[in-house]
Design a protein around this ligand. Structure first.
Ligand code: MN
Length: 415
């Protein structure tokens, strides 16, 4: 037995440097390729939004839709929070195949054990943990009652423990944007030394501006001496409505991984909105000069699915997924769109997988749109009839949807 154990140990020692070399090659490959890796936290941070509860089967449906859309990794949940959470993550194992599934852990060994249980059965290159501990003065003093040195020790211990069990280990200093810069450098250095393969910059309370976010990324790149051994990830909250802008600024500054949620759902004002970041990035790829693996034609369906399953409704004018973003009532816009669809659109609906443009009739509509709609419902219209409809539209009560029936009534000959 003793001999057996020592042989196992011997094997481990033999394999460890080889595994490390493979990990380093993958990290170097990701870094030099310039790819932006999209990570999604709809199922974890998104679900933390009050009122958003997802059943395990809902989570699986969303995870599969994210996989189809080309997501690189999925923050699947927080296993230590409950056995139900572990079961929900287990449901994804074996079914969600392409993305890396990660589980959130505090810097507590038992959290890492829970993550191991939750992700059991997934191949080692498709499962990881994401550790976090508060590092700002506020978190150190009030939440953790630990000083800088104690927290560094905790990071070294738990990241080390996690990297014995997982090949993919992310570490994030919670409330990074309110942490002293020199301390942030120490924290990242310690985490990478202990085996972290990704370090995260979370703007936990959503205070950053794009300029400051950029500056933090530069600071990390300039001062963390072993950063070549880890990917750099960012995670923004939207308390100032800047989460998407901040994420884009960090992409421009060279961040490797960006974490977002579908529809921007999440704690308080939510997270950086996945579909908005993807579209802004895609439409301005010439500016960023980097690639990603997301399929934009899946975005519209994704926004609808998440809205339906979480019960969190979108504002009608929500970019990408909202009801009115491909609909217009204004006469000048309708006339332009009928002549050439690109005149009043930043991108065509089919680019995000949405249906066509809707010309909505209302009091701001013009003659061309009315004639077009009448033709669509099979009515040959005279100029007088069109004018009659335009007049009629002005007296329709507020909020009335001008559907085909209403339109027919408005166009009916008056006695
Ligand atoms: Mn968060």
């Amino acid at each position: 037995m003793r001999l057996h154990m020592s042989f196992a140990k011997f094997l481990k020692r033999l394999i460890r440097p080889a595994k490390l070399a493979v990990k380093q090659t993958i990290i170097r490959h990701h870094k030099s390729s310039g790819m932006v890796l999209f990570s999604d936290t709809t199922l974890r941070d998104g679900e933390q939004m009050p009122g958003a509860t997802l059943e395990p089967e809902d989570k699986l449906r969303i995870a599969l839709a994210l996989e189809e859309a080309g997501i690189h990794s999925l923050d699947a949940g927080f296993p230590a929070s409950s056995p139900a959470e572990i079961a929900a993550i287990q449901q994804m194992v074996g079914k969600v195949k392409k993305p890396v599934l990660t589980a959130l852990c505090r810097t507590v060994r038992s959290d890492i054990d829970a993550a191991e249980e939750a992700l059991h059965g997934n191949p080692s290159h498709k499962r990881g943990v994401s550790l976090f501990v508060g590092t700002s003065p506020l978190h150190r003093q009030y939440k953790l009652q630990k000083d800088r040195t104690e927290i560094l020790k905790l990071i070294t211990d738990t990241v080390g423990y996690a990297s014995e069990k997982f090949d993919i280990v992310a570490f994030s200093p919670e409330d990074a944007s309110r942490t002293e810069r020199d301390y942030l450098t120490e924290v990242y250095r310690a985490a990478i030394d202990a085996g972290a393969t990704t370090i995260g910059f979370p703007d936990t309370v959503g205070l950053c501006t794009p300029e400051k976010a950029r500056d933090f990324i530069r600071h990390i790149q300039d001062t963390v001496p072993n950063l070549n051994k880890a990917l750099l990830a960012v995670h923004f909250h939207n308390d100032l409505g800047l989460a998407v802008a901040n994420t884009l600024a960090c992409i421009d500054e060279g961040a490797n991984v960006v974490q977002c949620t579908v529809n921007g759902i999440g704690e308080r004002a939510g997270n950086a909105c996945l579909e908005e970041v993807v579209m802004a990035f895609t439409l301005h790829q010439d500016q960023y000069g980097r690639e990603h693996s997301m399929d934009t034609t899946k975005l519209y369906g994704l926004t609808r699915l998440v809205s339906e399953l979480t019960g969190i409704r979108m504002a009608p004018n929500k970019p990408i997924g909202g009801d009115t973003i491909f609909a217009t009532e204004a006469g000048i816009h309708q006339d332009g769109l009928l002549k050439n669809i690109d005149t009043y659109l930043p991108f065509r609906p089919e680019v995000v997988g949405a249906g066509g443009v809707k010309l909505v009739l209302g009091r701001h509509s013009g003659r061309r749109a009315v004639a077009h709609r009448l033709e669509q419902i099979g009515m040959q219209s005279t100029d007088e009839q069109v004018m009659q409809v335009l007049e009629g539209l002005k007296s329709v009560p507020k909020g009335t949807m001008i559907d085909d029936d209403v339109l027919r009534k408005l166009a009916a000959p008056t006695k």
